[in-house]
Design a protein around this ligand. Structure first.
Ligand SMILES: *Cc1c(COP(=O)(O)O)cnc(C)c1O
Length: 354
């Protein structure tokens, strides 16, 4: 830390992204990227948009917003695009959290939430999950704060049914409830339709996972006009051109290619089912994942030990050091061939008796 670093941020411990090795020798199953390329239409439209890069991007994101509003069945002022969904989550902490409205989220969830809270000078309260990693929504009624729930949750993969999400939204009428649906396309129910009935609900989504566009940085939120207006106030106070031209065009292309999107989501869900069966046969247990990863622990082998051995063999998975999670590894679901290689490597390692 330099002697110039603001006192305001002295306590800030930044988020640690998963490793991004520069050589391609790893089978990368550590950051929940898609194994499939983005839609050909998205790539083609991004290429054409590159011709106009001398011009600023449209700060209102009008073409993409129009396309997405029609696609998701909301009006254009109920949607806001951002530079990845991390950005809209940060905006939500800026807009809706302060001393009188602490952020509230589970003790095991997306690691960025506490970072955003501290960055924005907002207190936060972490609510323990049940023993089996599930969220008890009774703990989220009348919180007096701004609730953040990832659904499906990370890194567990467990999803709450829509009725339970609705109980949380209805149970906090004087606070915003943010439902982070980064993984919703892999088999969970979206709460986006509820914005009709609740003015305190913000649903955030991303093109990073199910639309194979992590490197393009495109996320968005769906919520009431008033919430979207507040988030726009934050956006126009930080970076009005937060979504670049190529990404905007790729986003439109992706939404117009429903077939690629559906086929890719289906393939991930099938590969997930296959992987879970194979893992269980090897002595692993994993909560019922609705995401493009599984969170698995072995009956004998330690989590950290497995992570290191897999890395030695060229397979990268994500390991978390905390006491609660250290027996597990989060494994991204890739193509069937990648999953076969994962299982083959694990079978060898477990034979070697680690
Ligand atoms: C990946 C992820 C995000 C953010 O992804 P972006 O690439 O910034 O859109 C948000 N929430 C959760 C739970 C995630 O896993």
């Amino acid at each position: 830390m330099s002697r110039f670093f603001s006192d305001r941020h002295k306590g800030l411990v930044p988020y640690t992204p998963g490793e991004q090795p520069r050589d391609a020798r790893y089978l990368k199953l550590n950051t929940n990227e898609s194994p499939f390329p983005p839609s050909p239409l998205a790539r083609e439209m991004a290429g054409r948009a590159a011709e106009d890069l001398r011009l600023y991007s449209d700060p209102e994101c009008r073409d993409l917003t129009e396309e997405a509003a029609a696609y998701f069945g909301v009006s254009e002022d109920e949607i806001l695009f951002t530079n990845g969904s991390d950005e809209i989550l940060n905006f939500a902490f800026t807009a809706f959290c302060d001393e009188s409205r602490p952020a509230v989220f589970p003790d095991v969830t997306y690691g960025f939430y506490p970072v955003f809270a501290v960055l924005n000078g907002a207190p936060y309260r972490e609510i323990p999950l049940r023993e089996d990693f599930s969220v008890d929504v009774n703990d989220y009624i009348g919180t007096g704060g701004t609730v953040f729930l990832a659904n499906p949750n990370a890194p567990t993969g467990l999803a709450l049914p829509l009725s339970e999400i609705e109980r949380v939204v209805a149970g906090n009428p004087d606070g915003v409830v943010v439902v982070d649906e980064a993984y919703v396309d892999f088999g969970a129910e979206s709460a986006a339709g509820l914005i009709r009935w609740y003015d305190n609900l913000l649903v955030t989504r991303t093109f990073s996972k199910s639309r194979s566009m992590a490197g393009a940085r495109l996320g968005f939120g769906i919520g009431s006009r008033e919430l979207i207006r507040d988030l726009n106030t934050v956006k126009y106070s930080t970076n009005p051109y937060n979504v670049n031209r190529m990404t905007m065009a790729a986003g439109i292309g992706s939404l117009r290619d429903e077939e690629t999107f559906r086929a890719n989501c289906r393939a991930i869900m099938e590969n997930r089912a296959w992987t879970v069966r194979e893992l269980e046969a090897l002595g692993f247990r994993a909560p019922d994942s609705r995401a493009n990863f599984v969170f698995a622990r072995h009956e004998r082998a330690g989590g950290r030990e497995l992570y290191l051995k897999l890395k030695e063999k060229g397979v990268l998975v994500r390991h978390f050091e905390s006491e609660q999670l250290k027996d597990y590894n989060r494994i991204t679901i890739g193509s069937r061939e990648q999953m076969r290689r994962l299982i083959g490597t694990l079978r060898e390692l477990l034979k070697e008796e680690i």
